[in-house]
Design a protein around this ligand. Structure first.
Ligand code: PHE
Length: 330
């Protein structure tokens, strides 16, 4: 018995301890077999015999419980030690993401105009006919609507084809003066090397009393902006047409790839078109209830800027999520 208790006290694992329990108290355990002998013991000795066995059984049980607690504690400590996680440890192997060139360009343009005190406005991607066309001097059946290959929804809403509806939304909710830009996603039914059905624009609108607004003013703001974006470039304004501006112009910069010598990107012209702009048409102000006021507006394609700044050849590659391209902007 003494030997058995010693074994229990020095059991080195829970498994060994369990085996010892089975050996003594199990179905065929030594003590269990002793209890079986009870029926053959003369009555006079039965009580003392049983008492003795019960004492031994209690001692064994107590020893097992005591050892079990110690062994369990040891096992727990072992697991805690081996499964320890240092949450503050930095894994240098983690690959780090990069900001997409379209977002980089967008952020750069937004910051530029914020520094000139322009507010940043937003509007919904699903627009209605009034905000996207009608109020911008594009009545129904006007041929200029064909310039914008529109995605229409069944309920007569549409995916906005430009960020110009945000001009209308901003003028309807606040009074002049206004100095705003509206960055965002726009949609057109078009897909080739220079067009994707979803792309990004940044709209600009400045509205103030007529002594503060002039074409010269617009020209200066855009020239400064383009030189900040593209460095040492020539800027030229070409007469153009937009229904919501009159007069209207398209703005070109001298080709950043060939220094205006003529190359494939500028189709040998030496110039790259980068913006549309103009003086806000009277009819636009009428549709938002503004009177005796002037303004100028401009709109640009962010992807076009990103491609020229980062020398990216194919517009579609901006949307293919190819890590070889994206990884370059870390
Ligand atoms: N909304 C025009 C477009 O998407 C761009 C533009 C904006 C032109 C503002 C002039 C003034 O083509």
């Amino acid at each position: 018995m003494k030997e058995c208790l010693e074994k229990i006290e020095s059991a080195s694992s829970l498994e060994i301890l369990e085996n010892l329990r089975v050996e003594t108290l199990g179905k065929k355990g030594v003590l269990t077999l002793e209890f079986a002998k009870l029926k053959d013991i003369p009555n006079a000795e039965k009580k003392a015999f049983a008492q003795n066995l019960n004492t031994q059984k209690t001692k064994v049980n107590e020893a097992i419980e005591k050892r079990k607690i110690i062994l369990e504690k040891e096992a727990l400590n072992k697991t805690l030690e081996s499964e320890k996680i240092d949450v503050s440890k930095f894994n240098n192997d983690l690959t780090c993401g990069a900001i997409h060139p379209v977002n980089l360009t967008m952020d750069r343009i937004i910051t530029y105009f914020q520094n000139l005190n322009f507010s940043v406005e937003e509007g919904p991607l699903v627009e209605d006919d009034f905000h996207n066309f009608e109020s911008l001097n594009l009545p129904k059946y006007h041929p200029a609507r064909d310039m914008q290959d529109t995605f229409y929804n069944k309920d007569y809403t549409l995916l906005r084809t430009h960020t110009s509806p945000v001009q209308i939304r901003t003028m309807l909710k606040q009074k002049p003066p206004i100095r705003m830009i509206a960055p965002g996603t726009v949609f057109r039914r078009d897909f080739d090397i220079t067009h994707t059905p979803m792309f990004h624009q940044i709209e600009g609108l400045v509205v103030d009393s007529s002594d503060k607004i002039s074409f010269a003013n617009l020209k200066h703001v855009l020239e400064e902006f383009l030189v900040n974006m593209f460095g040492d470039v020539e800027v030229r304004f070409r007469p153009s047409f937009f229904p919501f501006t009159e007069p209207s112009a398209e703005v070109d910069i001298s080709c950043v790839f060939c220094k205006a010598e003529g190359c494939r990107v500028c189709s040998q012209t030496g110039w790259l078109e980068v913006l549309g702009c103009g003086i806000v048409d009277e009819n636009v102000f009428k549709s938002v209830g503004y009177e005796n006021i002037s303004g100028y507006a401009f709109g640009l394609g962010v992807e076009r800027f990103a491609m020229l700044i980062h020398n990216i050849g194919d517009l579609r590659s901006l949307f293919e999520s190819d890590l070889r391209l994206l990884g370059q902007y870390k």
